[in-house]
Design a binder for this molecule. Structure first.
Ligand code: NAI
Length: 345
């Protein structure tokens, strides 16, 4: 293929297991002859080490040009330290919707036949990191405060994205997850906007229910099949998407897409997994499924389908699985088996 026909994509290998799973994903995309022209950039801890900045200007410039990125996880220190590069990237490119599908690929697990999608508001809520300390006497951090902000406009555009996605993908039921009984204003505005939007535009196209976050967590563990799509505010979505990942085999299995009006960044739901980084045992499937979402986004659904089929066959026919899935394969051995499935498929 002529290089001018290639789709420019910013590639951020990321921290911890990032480079290992990114290499595995590139091997799969190469085997598919996916028409991408990669622009490799750094961020996170890698950005600090190489350029003194967790989000270097060159990385931002690259995404401004490509409007598309595939990214490994970025490390964020807990407590003090620099602000999350993930949050900054979402803000910079106004990636207001976070789409996180979770589907059972290996049958016979504790929760079989799961097919759920979490849609998380990505720019507002308690996640914005507007936090303060109030000093009292000789304690400079005697009181900690956080400000959460949800707007009607921000809630509406995310809910509209979720409802449109529900219609386009044939979802039967959407559950708005909230805590409006206690955080009456902060999550009440999201709930109220969702019900209003549904009544005005979407009634009859799918069923809408509302559920309080704590009850939702319990229901997801007792009977996850009662849900189809969950749509919620930023922090609740962050937590619920890890819970939902646990229903389909863990964090190694769930991809995510951060989508805005004119840019999109694809990544795994999981983080940099420092406990297993460099050991060559990480499961690359979550990032590969994120790459499949990117192929769909780029209107290459046949390549996306081939990638998903090869993952399924490698896991279920060849029985090649990494340790988190109960197997013994290294990242490289899984990738080799997958690439051979792609080539022969
Ligand atoms: P984590 O998701 O990195 O790891 C949680 C557990 O899951 C660990 O035991 C890890 O070994 C395991 N795990 C995760 N991905 C795996 C994979 N692909 N294969 C096998 N096992 C896997 O969460 P943690 O430890 O809380 O966070 C580590 C760092 O990652 C933090 O700095 C955090 O801020 C960052 N992070 C970055 C994200 C992003 O870039 N989108 C998302 C979540 C966390």
């Amino acid at each position: 293929m002529n290089s001018s026909n290639l789709i420019p994509v910013t590639l951020i290998p990321g921290d911890g297991i990032g480079p290992e799973i990114v290499d595995a994903t590139l091997a799969a995309l190469d085997a598919l002859h996916a028409p991408f022209d990669w622009d490799r950039q750094i961020a996170g801890l890698g950005g600090i080490q190489a350029a003194g900045d967790p989000l270097p200007a060159a990385t931002l410039d690259s995404i401004r040009r490509t409007r598309l990125a595939l990214k490994g996880p970025l490390e964020t220190p807990s407590g003090g330290g620099y602000r999350s590069s993930n949050v900054r990237l979402r803000e910079e490119f106004q990636l207001y919707a976070n789409l996180r599908p979770a589907r059972t690929i290996i049958p016979g697990g504790r929760f079989d036949k799961i097919d759920l999608v979490v849609v998380r508001e990505n720019l507002e809520g308690l996640y914005i990191g507007h936090e303060y300390y109030i000093p009292i006497d000789d304690d400079p951090r005697a009181v900690a405060m956080a400000t959460g902000i949800n707007t009607r406009a921000g809630s509406r555009r995310l809910l509209e994205f979720a409802f449109e996605h529900a219609v386009a993908t044939g979802r039967k039921k959407v559950s708005i997850v909230h805590k409006a009984n206690i955080m009456k204003a902060l999550t009440g505005i999201f709930l109220e906007t969702g019900i209003d939007l549904y009544e005005r535009k979407y009634k009859g196209r799918f069923e809408l229910e509302t559920v309080i976050i704590d009850a939702c967590a319990m229901k997801l563990v007792i009977n996850p099949w009662q849900f189809d799509m969950l749509v919620t505010t930023n922090l609740f979505g962050d937590i619920l998407s890890d819970l939902v990942a646990g229903l389909v085999g863990g964090l190694g299995m769930t991809p995510g897409a951060n989508i805005g009006a004119d840019a999109a960044i694809f990544e795994a739901v999981h983080g940099s997994a420092p406990d297993i980084a460099g050991k060559g045992i990480a499961n690359p499937i979550a990032l590969m499924l994120a790459a499949a979402m990117m192929l769909d986004h780029c209107k290459l659904p046949e390549l996306a389908a081939r990638l998903r089929k090869a993952i399924d066959e490698t896991l279920n026919i060849d029985k090649v699985r990494t340790g988190d899935l109960g197997g013994t394969a290294s990242t490289a051995a899984f990738t080799k088996a997958l690439v051979s499935r792609i080539r022969t498929g």
